[in-house]
Design a protein around this ligand. Structure first.
Ligand SMILES: Cc1cc2nc3c(=O)[nH]c(=O)nc-3n(C[C@H](O)[C@H](O)[C@H](O)COP(=O)(O)OP(=O)(O)OC[C@H]3O[C@@H](n4cnc5c(N)ncnc54)[C@H](O)[C@@H]3O)c2cc1C
Length: 432
């Protein structure tokens, strides 16, 4: 008889767990009340205008995400961003500066010196501590700080280096300097499943969940899991549509949602998960016919800029086929741990901020044809200093037959969600 696996949560983590458990011969039931794909969703607020309400892109080094996409039959629809996306801007002193042009001469020297710098930073050092010790505080706050804003909507002192960039942190620790680490990496470069650059799925990342919806069919239960308990040899998952009995349970939820479900069966894991912070993000999606932002990927602003927004993606340059002809489109990010209350801003205030930013950065007025707000009070798991140790404690505190997955079990990105789902499915079936 095949192993009965109940998976709670149908975001990318749960979907990845489902396809791997199914491939391993398990009898899978996936429980989720909403559309599959979780945060990764594509919407069409107006004819001819498609937006990503959650994540937009992924990098070439995403083997588990690619495995999920491939298992769902979408591999041929994985496409790179167009060449217009090559220019990436930083907001510096109220101006947009592209790529290397964003760095001052002193910062370029600091970066080169940093390649050869040896520094002793703790294993749980923040990104700010790690970069400041090797390259300097200014680059840590203003350049790396802007990048951290773009990924975690957080400050570089709030994110653990070893969780955010595990391969870099481990290689520099092993080889002493970034230069030696880079040389070693070149020597044993693992083949990447994609040839570099930044990628998406044709038509939007929401297609992953839509395709899973078709493929899972009867293996999907449209319900909310309310509690989990053990009865003899079985796990019992109580849902809004009745009880499910299983040999293995995989809880693939954001940490703050998983914690209350685990209180009875894994109290120590629940307590640790409850301590993982999420940054809040307000995504403001717009189109305009007189937008004068330069063409490119978009821009980010470190906290030093005191800008009214965290940054913008120039979405019509990333995905030219997703906006009406003649319009440009953007996704403006507001809030983050820098200004958590911004997730509740009124539409009028968001509009005012976008237009003010455009005026400051281009010297021109802009009119918005459309504006759609997407509020994420719990947007992205922030891997705070101590996160790697916390994850190890969580997994060690799980009873046999219960596994966890979710983007929190890594750096908070889509690849972490997919990889953790794959790991959880493997561990669940190994224990069978
Ligand atoms: C605005 C934004 C931009 C982002 N940009 C990027 C990016 O560009 N690149 C990147 O790699 N990552 C990005 N991310 C992060 C990425 O979206 C997440 O890492 C990933 O989608 C999380 O997947 P998950 O499966 O862990 O959780 P989720 O996507 O949150 O899925 C959890 C699922 O569980 C379900 N659920 C909740 N409670 C229950 C319950 N009790 N019972 C049953 N089901 C339940 C929900 O309905 C949901 O479907 C972004 C996130 C946001 C919010």
């Amino acid at each position: 008889m095949s192993t009965r696996v109940v998976i709670v949560g149908g975001g990318l983590a749960g979907l990845s767990a489902a396809v791997h458990a199914r491939a391993g011969g398990a009898e899978v039931t996936l429980v989720d009340p909403g559309p599959l794909g979780g945060t990764a969703r594509t919407a069409e607020p107006a004819p001819g205008w498609r937006i990503e309400t959650g994540p937009h892109t992924f990098t070439a080094r995403c083997p588990s995400l690619l495995a999920l996409i491939t298992a769902l039959g979408l591999r041929d629809d994985v496409v790179p961003l167009g060449s217009a996306a090559k220019a990436r801007f930083l907001r510096r002193n109220g101006k947009l500066k592209a790529n290397a042009g964003a760095l001052g001469l002193g910062e370029v020297f600091a970066l080169v010196r940093g390649l050869f710098a040896r520094a002793n930073t703790a294993d749980d050092a923040s990104i700010r501590e790690w970069v400041a010790a090797r390259i300097g505080e200014r680059v840590a706050d203003e350049v790396v700080g802007a990048m951290v804003t773009g990924i975690w909507a957080s400050l570089p002192e709030e994110v653990e280096m070893a969780s955010a960039f595990p391969a870099v942190a481990a290689a520099v620790k092993a080889h002493g300097t970034a230069f030696s680490a880079a040389m070693a990496a070149r020597r044993k470069a693992e083949p990447s499943p994609l040839p570099g650059g930044t990628w998406t799925v044709k038509g939007g990342l929401g297609r992953i969940g839509e395709r899973a919806e078709q493929q899972l069919g009867g293996q999907r239960l449209r319900a909310t899991a309310d509690s989990i308990r053990r009865e003899g040899d079985e796990w019992v998952v109580a849902t809004s549509s009745g009880e499910l009995r299983a040999d293995r349970v995989i809880v693939a939820l954001p940490a703050w949602r998983a914690a209350p479900l685990l209180e009875e069966v894994a109290p120590n894991a629940a307590a640790a998960l409850a301590g993982i912070e999420y940054s809040p993000i307000l995504g403001a999606h717009w189109t305009s016919r007189d937008c004068a932002f330069p063409v490119g990927f978009g821009y980010l602003a470190s906290k030093v800029e005191k800008a009214p927004v965290l940054g913008m993606l120039f979405t019509s340059d990333l995905f030219p086929d997703r906006v009406p002809a003649g319009a440009r489109g953007g996704a403006t990010l507001l809030g983050g741990t820098r200004e958590p209350v911004a997730v509740e801003l009124s539409e009028a205030e968001v509009r005012r901020r976008i237009l003010a930013e455009h005026q400051t950065l281009t010297g021109k007025a802009m009119t918005l044809d459309t504006l759609t707000l997407v509020r994420h009070p719990y947007a992205v798991a922030v891997p705070a200093p101590g996160h790697a140790a916390l994850r190890a404690r969580v997994h060690a505190a799980l009873p046999t037959g219960l596994r966890l997955a979710g983007a929190w079990d890594g750096s908070g990105a889509m690849e972490d969600a997919a990889r953790s789902g794959q790991d959880a499915a493997r561990a669940a079936l190994e224990a069978a």
